[in-house]
Ligand binder design. Structure first.
Ligand code: ZN
Length: 349
């Protein structure tokens, strides 16, 4: 079968190639790939900056934002042939650490977790893949292709759960939310905020195009420019850019008692005018919390499925701005200005 593979930490080694059918030991559920979403992590792996091959092998099958159709549910999954499923990405570490031991592998303490398509387990960019029944998540059949948005939705579902848990350490009635960044993560964070009945503002750089239109279609307010230019004191800021300046501005702009949730990962950039002590006094004197959030556990996958099932299908469909066939995977990895979510499509939904 065809698969998109890469030799991690060696740039320029990604290729579409023939590999053996998935091994029965990978899981009793056999799935036909429909689509796999592409994100910044995939680009980093292909550029040789990230990623690990399975033990004893040089190449890794890429892809972690899966959508597939069950070909063979196996004896114990409760799934049926034809069901739409996505595969959970992370697996608990083998020690296991206390978090992994209770199924919260997203909170792994020792970093020895593994991840499909990223860290030591093959991903989902192959015509067929297998999965353990407990890591296959059934998707509402009416979602069709937009079921491919489940994995990014799990990331923001967890982020929102973190915000809520942190906020409720004291009396808390959040109303206004600022989401920085109108990529897939930011737009899905805005969607969940709207489902919670909050006033949502979304900030990005572009003045026009699909991002502002999608924000407005959600009933949220779009802003182009800087955090301070928005002129709000939001109760919650969900930071989805990973840009130093935006993070520093967010910490200063959030309301007293507010929560800044960081979901973006960036590196470098220039030093912004805020020292660590400045950040600390701003946070201390106003009872703010800055919380980082990464990955998702099974509970978030379940809740993310509900988020998508309740969302407007046409709006979700507009998030998938480009579909490329596997043979054009390099095109899928190249970011274009109006891209929101690009997917590699293996079969019709
Ligand atoms: Zn762990």
């Amino acid at each position: 079968m065809k698969a998109i593979t890469v030799e991690p930490h060696r740039p320029g080694t990604a290729r579409l190639e023939d590999i053996p059918e998935p091994d029965v030991r990978d899981g009793s559920v056999l799935v036909e790939a429909i689509a796999v979403g592409v994100c910044g992590t995939d680009v980093e792996i292909v550029e040789g900056k990230y990623g690990w091959a399975p033990e004893g092998r040089q190449r890794l099958v890429l892809g972690h934002e899966s959508l597939g159709r069950v070909i063979d549910p196996g004896p114990s999954s409760g799934l049926r042939k034809g069901d739409l499923v996505a595969g959970i990405v992370r697996r608990p570490d083998a020690v296991p650490c206390p978090s992994c031991a209770v199924g919260e592998w997203d909170m792994c303490r020792n970093g020895q977790y593994t991840e499909r398509g990223i860290k030591q387990i093959d991903g989902f960019m192959s015509e067929r893949w297998r999965i353990e029944p407990e890591y296959a998540v059934k998707i509402d059949g009416s979602l069709g292709l937009v079921g491919v948005l489940l994995e990014p939705t799990t990331v923001v579902t967890k982020a929102w759960e973190q915000v809520s848990a942190v906020g409720h350490r004291a009396f808390w009635e959040p109303r206004t939310v600022l989401v920085t960044g109108a990529g897939p993560i930011g737009l899905l964070a805005a969607l969940i905020g709207k489902q919670h009945g909050l006033d949502i503002h979304v900030l990005d750089r572009l003045e026009s195009g699909p991002k502002p239109e999608l924000v407005r279609a959600l009933g949220a307010i779009y802003h182009a420019g800087t955090v301070s230019g928005v002129g709000l004191q939001p109760d919650v800021i969900v930071e989805c850019t990973g840009v130093g300046q935006v993070i520093a501005d967010s910490i200063q702009a959030v309301a007293p008692g507010g929560v800044v949730c960081l979901t973006g990962v960036g590196t470098g950039g220039r030093t912004v005018g805020l020292t660590t002590a400045d950040v600390a006094s701003s946070v201390v004197l106003r009872n703010n919390v800055v919380v980082g959030s990464v990955n998702a556990n099974k509970r978030h996958w379940y809740k993310a499925g509900q988020v998508l099932a309740q969302a407007d299908r046409a709006w979700l469909a507009r998030l998938v701005t480009r579909r490329e066939p596997p043979e054009h995977f390099t095109r899928a990895l190249q970011r274009q200005p109006d891209d929101i979510k690009v997917v590699i499509q293996f079969a019709q939904a």
